[in-house]
Design a protein around this ligand. Sequence first.
Ligand code: UD1
Length: 422
Amino acid sequence: MDSILVRGNGALSGAIPIAGAKNACLTLMPATLLSDEPLTLTNAPRLSDIATMTQLLQSLGAEVAALADGQVLAMSSHKISNHTADYDIVRKMRASILVLGPMLARDGHAVVSLPGGCAIGARPVDLHLMALEAMGAELDLRDGYVHAKAIGGKLKGAVVDFPFVSVGATENALMAATLAKGTTVIKNAAREPEIVDLAQCLRKMGAQIEGEGTATITIQGVDRLHGATHPVVTDRIELGTYMLVPAICGGEVECIGGRLDLVGAFAERLDAAGVSVTETARGLKVSRKNGRINAVNVMTAPFPGFPTDLQAQMMALLCTADGVSVLEERIFENRFMHAPELTRMGAKIEVHGGTAKVTGVSKLKGARVMATDLRASVSLILAALAAEGETVVSRVYHLDRGYERVEEKLRACGAQIERIKA
Ligand code: UD1
C-alpha cells in the first residue's frame, strides 16, 4: 500500500484546478442504464471510484470508454445484458446501489448486492428501498442481495416522502421516476448540487423534472430517454479541501473553476475563522485575513449546510486556531476517526459521541499517521502541510478514491509532498 510523505514548509501559494465532482459523476454514470442511446460525460474526475463504477457498469453490459486522458466518459447501454450487481464490485463502493433504480426502471427487474464503502457509520439503504417500494417495486432481501421486481413489469409514479434527507436515496428515486408510469413527487429531497447536476443531465436525456435544488422534486415519467452529453459539475469537496491549504499554511491559492454557490456555508465558516475568500474571473482566491485563525464552531448538515465531507479537513484547520472550537457531526455517527490521528501530530481533541472539542495548539508536529477513510486521509495531508517536520500518511488508497493528482496539485503551490510506492 502506498504512503505519502509530506515535509511541512510554510506558506503555499499558486493556482489549483478543481476537477469534476466524484459524487456527481458516480450518480451520472448509472444514468446511462436508463437509455439505449449513448451518454457522454465531460469534465469527469480521474479517480479509483470512477474506475470501480466503470467496472460495475461494464459488468451489467454497458460500454464505457475513458477518453481524453480519462476526462471524457463515453458510455452506451444498448442493452442491459446482466441485471445482477455483484458483491465483489459493490462492496468496494457504496454508490454502487445507484444502479438499482435505473435497472429497475428500464427493465422492471434488478438484483444488487448490499453495498460497502467508507467505514463511517452504519449507512443502511432503507430509504433507497422505501422509495422504490413506493413506486411499485417488490423487494426481497436475501443472501446479502436486494432482489427487486416492478409489479406489472413497470414502476409507477408515487409520492415518496423521505423521513430524513438522503443524497443517494434521492438520486435513486429521481432516476427511477424518469421512466415510471405517471407522476412522482419526491418530498424532503436532498438539495445538493450533485442532485441538481443529475436532474439537468436527465432533462437533456428527455426526462421531465421540476424542482431540483428544492425539497420537492416532481417527475413526470416518460416512455424512453435518449442520448446526451453533459459536463460534470465542479467538485465542491475538492474545492473546499484546497481552499483550506492557504488557510492552514498561509499563502494565497486560487482554486480554478471554484464557485461560491457550491461552498456557501463552508466559506461563511472560513470567513468567521479569519480566512478571506474572493471571487475571481477564474474561480476563488483564498488567503488569511491576518496571521491568525480564530476558533469557530461547526455543525454539519445537508446542503446548503456545512458538508460532512469537509468536516475532517476543517478540523485540521482548527487544530491550530486561537481558542476552542466545537465540531458537531450530524450526518454520520462515526466520523471522527481522523481525530486520534491528528492527536498523534500534537492536536488537542476530545471526542464525545457526535461532538469534537478542538483546543488550538501553536504548532502541529510531523508523525506517522494512518488514513482511515477518504476525507480523513486528506485532513491528515492538510495537517502535515502545516506541521513541523515530516509526516508519513499510510493507506492512501482512500485518498485515491476521491482526489486526483493530489501531489501534483499541491507541489504546484510549493508543497514538499511525494508518494512512496509500496
Ligand atoms: C453521499 C455522498 C457522501 C456524503 C453524503 C452526505 C456520494 C457518492 N456520497 O453519500 O460523500 O458524505 O452523501 O452528504 O454521493 N441513510 C439511511 N438510510 C438510507 C440512506 C442513508 O439511514 O437508505 C443515512 C446514512 O447512514 C447517513 C445519512 O442517512 O447517516 C445521510 O446519508 P446519504 O445522504 O444517503 O449519503 P450517501 O448518499 O451515502
